[in-house]
Design a binder for this molecule. Structure first.
Ligand code: SAM
Ligand code: SF4
Ligand code: SF4
Length: 334
């Protein structure tokens, strides 16, 4: 195995592959309608990596130490025949953990085929337990009930325990912290609250919109007492807490107030095959061009990773204007 490390001695361990930049939701913090409206130019099909190309790129990452692969988007279940890709990736020797992040709109229908193809688990995004809040956040009127149903179907199909990701935004869905913790406590599913991040350039992020992790955990602790757990593995992004009554756990992803760049071993590949070494990157390197021109993808990865010095969240300042335009979450994959 090639042990390439970056300038801060971080190896590559996880890969997030985006399979489409399209989505059937318009979450206000990710793909606001004003920007991603009917006239928006999404990637044309021939620009997307084919499943064979994705499998080949993944194989090159695995040869460099990656063992966790997450399929994401846009909405990954919108990509036609996605279960074929799942089967191809799960067949790669060295992929120990194959997961997908989805808005669950199509999950109930697809969960059995995904599980049969070798997907290990799913993470489902859900931002509130009440329809008025969730529908305003996904901005296409999608109901909570359908997501909850899909979570149960996925768990029954063997894709659990399901992690449920909720992005919390000040003044929008703070009440969802206690609502969701109460709903999922004891269910076997694990809710993870995510601090609203300044990814991309379109969501109008302000530091004031962030509900800090400490505040969220205090809200939960007041209703359902919790205690901190140690990480499952080095570099785990979620801070984990267990309910003191033994009825499960809850996580907080504090990317803004407690950044974890020091242990960030994650590479991201966009649907068109651009390699990004940070969620907040302003530019990437085309692995698709390398593949399509017959170059060795592995060498391109080594070159990029060897020069990596990203630690955006650790140096972030709400008052420091960024140089360059960061890529959008829906493009790079969350
Ligand atoms: N469409 C799928 C979904 O929503 O699960 C996968 C892609 S989405 C970009 C991946 C994750 O990124 C979701 O859990 C979403 O909530 C999260 N996300 C998007 N924009 C975010 C932001 N500004 N801050 C924090 N998390 C964000
Ligand atoms: Fe779509 Fe996911 Fe972004 Fe929401 S968070 S707009 S579901 S890609
Ligand atoms: Fe990793 Fe970049 Fe996030 Fe830091 S800011 S944890 S380097 S993706």
């Amino acid at each position: 195995m090639n042990g390439v490390t970056d300038l801060f001695d971080r190896p590559i361990r996880d890969l997030r592959v985006s399979v489409t930049d399209r989505c059937n939701f318009r979450c206000t913090y990710c793909m606001p309608k004003e920007v991603f409206g009917p006239g928006h130019d999404f990637l044309p099909r021939d620009q997307l990596l084919t499943f064979e190309e994705i499998a080949s790129v993944t194989g090159a990452f695995v040869a460099r130490g990656v063992n966790k692969v997450r399929i994401t988007g846009g909405e990954p279940l919108l990509r036609k025949g996605i279960e074929e890709l799942v089967a191809m990736l799960s067949a790669i020797d060295g992929v120990d953990d194959l997961t997908m992040t989805t808005n669950a709109s199509l999950l109930a229908r697809k969960a059995p085929a995904l599980a049969a193809a070798g997907l290990d688990r799913v993470t489902v995004s859900l931002d509130a337990m009440d329809d008025p809040t969730f529908q305003a956040m996904n901005d296409v009127g999608f109901p909570v009930g359908t997501v909850l149903e899909a979570i149960d179907v996925a768990a029954e199909a063997g894709l659990g325990p399901v992690k449920v990701n909720a992005v919390i935004k000040r003044g929008v869905n703070e009440h969802a912290v206690v609502d969701m913790a109460s709903h999922f406590k004891g269910s076997g599913h694990i809710v993870r609250f995510i601090e609203y991040m300044d990814v991309g350039n379109t969501n109008g992020w302000r530091l004031d919109d962030v509900v800090p992790a400490d505040e969220m955990i205090k809200m939960i602790d007041q209703i359902h007492p919790v205690e901190a757990l140690s990480p499952n593995y080095p570099g785990e992004v979620a801070n984990r807490f267990r309910y003191r009554d033994g009825s499960g756990e809850v996580g907080i992803i504090a990317s803004v107030t407690k950044p974890f760049c020091g242990s960030c071993t994650r590479a991201r590949v966009s649907a068109e095959g651009m390699l990004f070494t940070c969620l907040f990157a302003t530019s990437g390197t085309s692995l698709r061009d390398a593949i399509r021109s017959g170059d060795e993808v592995g060498r391109a990865i080594d070159e990029v990773w060897g020069k990596r010095d990203d630690r955006y969240s650790e140096v972030r300042s709400a008052h420091t204007p960024r140089i360059g335009t960061p890529v959008e979450m829906s493009y790079i994959g969350g």
